[in-house]
Design a binder for this molecule. Structure first.
Ligand SMILES: [Zn+2]
Ligand SMILES: [Zn+2]
Length: 362
């Protein structure tokens, strides 16, 4: 048994096994660790699939708490339930996203907008458990233990691997498209990656007129296949100039710093540019806000109400992410491909392949 595990001496933990970065910027390796034993409102989930999010890569490179087990787009099967659990039964297929706890009593939590909890949320990984102070470890692992308030039934009839990315890339775009009520409006979406491709699908299904902006010529045809009415090469100044004052709302999913003025000019009077990508700083001319009473906004992931609403919508409209399923052994190469922009449009790890890895390479 590895030195970081002490199950024999601690009956309130269960062993988990997954992929971890032991230090900042490290490659992921197999790692055995402890999770809490179930509390009365908890379930244990045997993880089948976990999506690979750009923020996983940021967390590995950033000032996170290490060892870090990333992953917050989880699909799995319930294998154990706590004493108070009525919402799920053993054998149910469930999904878990980016948030696993919040204060439960602030004004945001009372509205089920837990992502804006005034005391801060407990994130699925690199978070601090509100009861025992332990560090949360994510879904790149064989099992997760979670409070049922932050767990959802998987919509029936959808492919489980393709559902996983709905829990971060999906609900993040869903939340803003619903908040700005895009139905019947003319909207733009900037960038066709994990978030952008979900935004195109949702906006189209919600009845918006959708234009996709991309710097990659080869993504323009993809955008139309995903449901965009038009697709524009954002590096083409003539095409961009022709978009002036056309849009009610533009959802910008690009995380790298980039000029916002071309998109601000494309907004109508009172239009909103919502930036989900969180670049380090924003490049724009305040004058363009003044001349069209335009707004720049942002928005977080979804709360429990919106997440359930999105999952129900996906079930009704048969919407899932476009995914490529990879083996656990291929995660480091997967990150490299993600960085090079080669992923169409989300990697998902098949967690059954964890068993093929050598145990405790650490
Ligand atoms: Zn994410
Ligand atoms: Zn709260």
């Amino acid at each position: 048994m590895p030195s970081n595990v002490s199950l024999e001496h601690n009956p309130v933990v269960r062993l988990s096994y997954g992929l971890a970065a032991l230090g900042q910027g490290d490659r992921l390796i197999p790692w055995t660790f402890e999770r809490r034993e179930l509390r009365p409102n908890d379930i244990a989930v045997k993880i089948q699939f976990c999506g690979v999010c750009h923020s996983d890569l940021h967390a590995i490179r950033g000032s996170s708490r290490f060892p870090l087990v990333p992953g917050h787009e989880i699909v799995g099967e319930v294998t154990a339930i706590g004493a108070n659990v009525r919402k799920f039964q053993i054998g149910d297929t469930v999904v878990v996203g980016t948030i696993v706890d919040s204060c439960g009593h602030c004004s945001s939590c009372k509205r089920q907008l837990e992502q804006y909890c005034r005391e801060g949320v407990t994130t699925t990984y690199d978070g601090i458990d509100r009861f025992d102070g332990s560090i949360t470890h994510g879904g790149y692992s064989n099992e997760y233990v979670v409070d049922t308030h932050f767990t959802y039934h998987m919509p029936t009839g959808l492919d489980p691997a393709s559902v996983a990315p709905l829990l971060c890339a999906g609900v993040t775009t869903w939340s803003s498209l619903r908040q700005w009520d895009v139905t019947g409006k003319t909207i733009g979406i900037v960038g066709l990656g994990g978030l952008g491709h979900m935004a195109v699908k949702f906006a189209h299904a919600l009845g918006a007129q959708v234009t996709l902006f991309s710097t990659s010529e080869d993504k323009l045809a993809d955008a139309k296949a995903l449901g965009a009415d038009a697709a524009i090469l954002s590096t083409d100044e003539t095409q961009m100039a022709a978009q002036a004052s056309r849009f009610d709302f533009i959802l910008d999913t690009v995380s790298d710093r980039h000029p916002l003025d071309p998109y601000l000019r494309s907004l109508k009077l009172d239009g909103t540019l919502c930036c989900l990508g969180i670049p380090k700083s924003m490049d724009f001319s305040p004058f363009l806000l003044t001349t069209g009473r335009r707004r720049i906004a942002s928005s977080g992931v979804g709360g429990t109400l919106e997440t359930q609403e999105m999952l129900d919508f996906c079930g009704r409209h048969n919407i899932v992410a476009d995914v490529e399923v990879i083996a656990a052994a291929d995660i480091n190469e997967g990150f490299e491909r993600l960085e090079r922009g080669e992923v169409r449009y989300r990697l998902v790890i098949d967690m059954a392949t964890l068993n093929a890895l050598p145990k405790d390479a650490a």
